[in-house]
Write a protein that binds this ligand. Structure first.
Ligand SMILES: C[S@@+](CC[C@H](N)C(=O)[O-])C[C@H]1O[C@@H](n2cnc3c(N)ncnc32)[C@H](O)[C@@H]1O
Length: 383
């Protein structure tokens, strides 16, 4: 079955009903533009058809279709050719629009619905729901109630095509609005995910009190709506000026798929504080190793231990130079070639050790900086 502008399609609705459902029409020129509304309906029914094709379906795959918030039949008017295969239904809270639909769209069944659930349908009744611009008028709580109700009246594996005001509608609002509230609204949308503007142009209109302007952030729909349905696709600008969300009803009792979480902040890897006492700082370590090496050499050579040196003053902050080794008594060093050799070795080793200790201090300081500690801040006192 092809979507076409059938010659025998129902009449175009009167201007006052069109103005209730389509804000883009100007009351001054609506009489001349009713035909546009007619073409508009067909064109945008094509958007639903395309969305269904995206998940491998066409209208005739379904037994029973509901247009939730059908208004004056913008879409159902063009579905006469499907009526033999698909049972067509429309529901709206606006009794006048439903009365017009009942009089003029004979191939579909209509009902006037309540402002809050339940709808007058049994559980699991529909396998396809289409919808344009109802959620874009409900606050978050009503959206929640209606998503639950749509879950009740659809059968497992049913497909739902629901629209929300998404990114591009929001951007148009920002561009068109001179309101001081834009930044406040943006913050609400970015933190809460649903922006409901209750002091809008619908105040004092023919619409009921709950009916205002609502924007859903795409991230909110993708994160929260899986509580009700599986999301088969999210199509920005997929229906007229709104985003189209393609949903599939899960089996009763089936758990929502576990989503891959989104963290608010990057994970900071904490560097654990050292539990064991910090090892001695390099200069002390090297000094002790050198002293031990010299003791071993002396013992191997049967030599006296090196003279005991007075304790060194506390090391200055920053890179520390090792104290220069003192010579053994002049007489010994001059007279004894082994002592002379040991002395040269000691001086050479201490010079190397000093270089190493300066490099080690530098490295330590850089590590402290990388860790964000004040230089030397984490060091244990020299042991
Ligand atoms: C912007 S109009 C769109 C109408 C229609 N879908 C169309 O595109 O022409 C929104 C419609 O949703 C209807 N509506 C609002 N809340 C509803 C509800 N809880 N149940 C059924 N219809 C509702 C309004 O009466 C109105 O006709």
């Amino acid at each position: 079955v092809k979507l076409t502008l059938a010659d025998d399609r129902p009449p175009i609705p009167p201007a006052d009903l069109i103005l209730r459902v389509a804000l883009s029409f100007d009351p001054e020129t609506i009489d001349a533009n009713r035909r546009e509304f007619d073409l508009h309906g067909l064109k945008h029914l094509g958007y639903f058809e395309r969305a269904l094709a995206g998940i491998g379906h066409e209208f005739t795959d379904f037994e029973r279709l509901l247009d939730f918030g059908c208004g004056c039949g913008r879409f159902l008017r063009h579905m006469g050719a499907f009526a033999e295969q698909v049972e067509l239904h429309g529901v709206d809270i606006d009794g006048e629009m439903i009365a017009w639909c009942e009089r003029n769209i004979p191939f579909a069944t209509f009902a006037t619905g309540p402002h809050a659930p339940p709808l007058p349908y049994p559980d699991h009744h529909f396998d396809l729901v289409i919808n344009h611009s109802v959620f874009s008028h409900l606050d978050e709580h009503l959206q929640h109630l209606w998503l639950l109700e749509l879950q009740r009246i659809t059968r497992p594996s049913a497909v739902l095509l629901l629209t929300v005001e998404g990114t591009s509608s929001w951007n148009r609002t920002v561009e068109a609005s001179a309101s001081d509230d834009i930044e406040k609204w943006r913050e609400e949308l970015e933190t809460r995910g649903v922006l409901f503007i209750s002091d809008d142009h619908f105040v004092g209109s023919t619409h009921p009190d709950f009916y205002h302007s609502s924007v859903n952030a795409p991230w909110y729909v993708l994160e929260r709506w899986p509580e009700y349905f599986d999301i088969a696709a999210y199509l920005p600008d997929g229906s007229i000026t709104q985003d189209l969300v393609v949903l599939r009803r899960r089996d009763d009792g089936a758990e929502p798929p576990r989503s891959i979480g989104r963290r608010a902040h990057p994970v900071i890897v904490e560097v654990p504080a050292p539990v064991a006492p910090a090892p001695p700082r390099p200069p002390d370590l090297i000094a002790r190793a050198l002293a031990r090496l010299e003791r071993l050499i002396r013992r191997a050579l049967g030599r006296r231990p090196a003279p005991v040196e007075p304790p060194a003053p506390p090391p200055p902050a920053g890179p520390q130079a090792l104290p220069r080794p003192r010579n053994t008594p002049a007489g010994d060093a001059e007279a004894d070639p082994v002592e002379r050799e040991l002395k040269m070795m000691r001086v050479g080793l201490y010079e190397q050790a000093n270089r190493i200790s300066v490099i080690a201090s530098e490295l330590r300081r850089e590590m402290d900086e990388l860790k964000g500690d004040p230089p030397g801040g984490n060091d244990a006192p020299p042991s």
